[in-house]
Write a protein that binds this ligand. Structure first.
Ligand SMILES: [Zn+2]
Length: 330
């Protein structure tokens, strides 16, 4: 579960806040209980004093004294319990109540990462992926094969849309299982409304559930970020660019739509290339054909894409596919 430094710090802050809140909550309950139950404060103080005395007696080997204080402590605790119960308060009213009792809100149990920390990381990754909402709707559990044509065969591949998509979903699942370290890069190409974005959401959702960091950026946003980090002198853009380079999976959606703006393709090459060198997969989707791409981008970009990306050409859409994936779904 490799997190960027910024993400690691954010998780640390989440746990500090949680611990702080636990303490404040306990202090508040104690104050209220002391006000409500006469004598409770005194009995608590006695218990604290006696616990110290008992500790000292045990250290000094004074067996009788240790036994006497232990007996007295039992009585005091019983009285305290009764006082709380009589006042209608819970037996643990004065104790810390942890959000996760398993790790006492530290995030670790016996040196291992607690389930709650895994969840916290996942929540953070969802939030930062910028497509958290879409992923609830578009994932492998909601993906439907039955919208794809089972009869018409593509003249080039000889396969139906249905067969092709079954194979592509298998490839995507292998891609996911390749994390960390063994996954290729993927390039989805095909018309708008053929399910490219939907399938990239499926991959994002599954990887985030496995606690990998996924950054999803429409191409124009990616170029904005890359330009920002190049030109900002104060370094404040660096954290953004750092995520682009270091997240486990970068998804660049709709490559080609940035072409309306003037841009230089060199930051794109740097980004693609650095991620390949760092063995961090990238998933690109585009409505451009490979020929069109060759016309729009420099040779070194297209040859990088041809050489290091697995290219999946989505079957041309028909009306059912379009209704499912068009407009909202792409
Ligand atoms: Zn926990």
């Amino acid at each position: 579960m490799p997190l960027t430094n910024a993400q690691y710090d954010e998780i640390g802050r989440i746990y500090s806040r949680r611990q702080q809140r636990d303490l404040e909550d306990q202090q508040q309950r104690i104050r209220r209980a002391y006000e409500q139950v006469p004598g409770l404060k005194e009995i608590e103080e006695k218990i604290t004093d006696l616990t110290c005395e008992r500790g000292r007696a045990m250290l000094a080997g004074q067996k009788n004294e240790a036994e006497r204080t232990a007996g007295e402590l039992l009585n005091l605790r019983a009285s305290k319990k009764k006082m709380l119960a009589d006042a209608g308060l819970a037996a643990d009213e004065l104790e810390i109540r942890y959000e996760c009792p398993d790790c006492r809100d530290t995030g670790y149990v016996g040196g291992e990462i607690c389930h709650c920390r895994k969840k916290a990381v996942m929540d953070l990754l969802y939030k930062q992926s910028t497509i958290g909402d879409a992923l609830q709707r578009e994932n492998f559990r909601t993906f439907r094969f039955d919208v794809f044509d089972k009869e018409k065969r593509d003249p080039q591949t000889g396969r139906t849309g249905y067969e092709t998509m079954q194979e592509y979903v298998r490839i995507c699942r292998d891609f996911i299982d390749g994390f960390p370290g063994q996954a290729d890069n993927l390039l989805f190409t095909g018309q708008a409304g053929t399910g490219k974005t939907f399938l990239s959401h499926c991959i994002a959702e599954e990887l985030i559930r496995r606690c990998f960091s996924v950054l999803y950026l429409p191409a124009p946003k990616l170029f904005e970020r890359l330009a920002d980090s190049t030109f900002r002198r104060d370094g404040s853009g660096m954290e953004d660019a750092d995520d682009v380079m270091t997240c486990d999976l970068l998804i660049i959606d709709d490559l080609g739509t940035e072409l309306a703006n003037s841009f230089t393709s060199s930051p794109l090459f740097t980004c693609i290339n650095e991620r390949i060198l760092g063995k961090r997969p990238t998933l690109i989707s585009t409505n451009l054909s490979m020929n069109e791409m060759a016309g729009f981008y420099t040779d070194r970009i297209t040859s990088r894409l041809m050489g290091s990306y697995r290219i999946l050409r989505f079957p041309d859409r028909d009306i059912r596919v379009y209704l499912r994936f068009g407009e909202n779904g792409k």
